[in-house]
Design a protein around this ligand. Structure first.
Ligand SMILES: Cc1cc2nc3c(=O)[nH]c(=O)nc-3n(C[C@H](O)[C@H](O)[C@H](O)COP(=O)(O)OP(=O)(O)OC[C@H]3O[C@@H](n4cnc5c(N)ncnc54)[C@H](O)[C@@H]3O)c2cc1C
Length: 433
């Protein structure tokens, strides 16, 4: 066996599929093939074209993003960068269809998929990787390979087996709400982002449309996790009548990495996607980055298969070269823009300028730090000063206040009420969030 890939969602499936297509003997291990990964499912069209995702799985093409601040102020932004293009939209997908499509693609390329849990691994002096796995039913086995890819998501068992301490995680929860046609009409091409202490003290709340439902979610740091349900309720309260006639169909949650590993290579093991903390701080966007990392890991392994393990550190360097500056910038932006309602209101105000919108969507759609002219920067700086003056001297409207603290016990009661109501609850994922 050449390579074992742990985790067969997007990151693992891209790595496994690319390696198999290059002629390698690949086994992908996935501990639960039926699970739906809790996720907003918003991806740029670039992810579709670059990784050969079948376009039939796109449920909505969102052309407008509305950002709603802590005072209720709204800024609607058309999804387009500096130059208008045909594919100026955000693709909305469900993870069960995306993950299945990518797994099938990897299998078509020749990768073998096994439903099994990675337990631990060791590398011997000859550079062989010995991987302990457990199959459904309890049988255990040791597999031997030349390299290991850890694409097993947040709280990665592969990273732990490499000796890495766990990275910081946020808790993200989401409800899928079925919407009748008249309410869905508004969300047909629109996504919403809510900012404020009532929806999250650390992040933002979202409403992302799918074909027959919307995904309503929010995330927060672990110290606020016992209020998650209060924040989710906060998003729904803010949306109000727009969610009229809705019916909950699923309640789900999962940890979201809040820090990056600078070190991604351990001997002949490479970490990919959430396992390496590759999630953009401001948006929580990780799908594209996990797929991109899967491809980069496969290219590095293919290009240096017989080389010493040190050659594999090129993967780390190429990742850092391609996305390091973007992640550094987003980290700073996140620290600044989500801290306190005043900053958030200012952030929303800043979104109300063409220059900021173009820059945001250039970066989102094309995954590069957009290059803009000094005049563009100048206009953004001027708008920033104007927005700051407006918000710190004479706010347009009073800011909303935070919701009452909800205890873990109350949150549990809400979950039980949901179950009693017939709502499917992904309990394992909720517990892990
Ligand atoms: C609520 C929520 C909303 C989000 N919304 C968005 C969004 O709208 N857009 C976006 O771009 N990103 C979003 N993200 C982030 C995105 O979901 C992740 O960044 C992305 O799924 C990472 O993909 P991955 O393949 O690295 O890991 P995962 O998708 O987590 O896959 C890891 C896989 O490994 C398997 N596994 C785990 N442990 C083992 C083991 N020991 N043995 C075998 N298999 C194992 C798991 O079962 C899983 O299938 C969201 C995240 C959350 C939690």
């Amino acid at each position: 066996m050449d390579v074992i890939v742990v985790g067969a969602n997007i990151g693992g499936a891209v790595a496994g599929g690319d390696l198999a297509a290059s002629g390698h003997n690949v086994v992908m291990l996935e501990r639960d093939l039926k699970r739906k990964k809790p996720c907003g499912g918003a991806i740029p069209p670039k992810a579709i074209s670059e990784f050969g995702v079948p376009s039939r799985i796109i449920e909505r093409k969102t052309k407008r993003a509305v950002v709603i601040g802590p005072s209720g102020s709204e800024v609607g932004m058309d999804v387009r960068g500096t130059k208008a293009r045909e594919d100026d939209y955000i693709c909305m997908v469900t993870r069960e269809t995306l993950d299945r499509a990518m797994r099938e693609k990897a299998q078509d390329a020749g990768a073998e998929l096994r439903e099994a849990t990675f337990l631990s691994h060791e590398e011997d002096a000859a550079g062989k990787v010995h991987v302990r796995v457990r199959y459904r039913g309890g049988r255990e086995e040791t597999l031997v390979a030349d390299a290991l890819v850890g694409a097993d998501g947040a709280g990665s068992a592969v990273a732990k087996s490499c000796g890495r301490p766990a990275i910081k995680h946020a808790s993200a929860i989401q409800e899928r709400l079925y919407l009748p046609d008249d309410a869905m009409a508004y969300y047909e091409t629109t996504a919403e982002l809510y900012l404020g202490d009532d929806v999250s003290p650390d992040f933002y709340g979202w409403i992302f449309p799918k074909s027959d439902h919307v995904a309503v979610g929010t995330g927060c740091r672990p110290e606020h996790a016992n209020q998650s349900y209060a924040f989710l309720e906060g998003v729904k309260q803010r949306a109000g009548d727009k969610l009229r006639g809705s019916k909950r169909i699923l309640l789900e949650g999962h940890p979201l990495p809040m820090a990056r590993y600078k070190k991604l290579v351990y001997g002949r093991t490479l970490l990919v996607g959430d396992a390496g903390g590759m999630v953009a701080h401001t948006s929580g966007e990780g799908i594209y980055f996990s797929m991109a990392a899967g491809r980069l890991a496969a290219q590095t392994l293919h290009g240096h298969f017989g080389d010493t393990k040190f050659a594999l550190s090129r993967y780390e360097k190429s990742w850092q070269k391609r996305y390091g500056a973007m992640f550094d910038f987003l980290e700073v932006l996140e620290k600044w823009s989500y801290r306190g309602n005043k900053n958030r209101e200012f952030f929303v105000d800043m979104c109300d300028t063409k220059e900021v919108q173009e820059l945001t969507f250039d970066s989102y759609l094309f995954k590069e730090m957009a290059k803009v002219s000094p005049a563009h920067h100048g206009r953004m700086a001027l708008n920033g000063v104007k927005a700051a003056l407006r918000n710190w001297t004479k706010p347009k409207r009073p800011l909303l206040t935070a919701p009452p603290v909800m205890t873990a016990k109350q949150a549990l009661q809400l979950t039980r009420a949901a179950v009693a109501d017939g709502v499917a609850v992904d309990e394992r994922s909720y517990a892990s969030a």
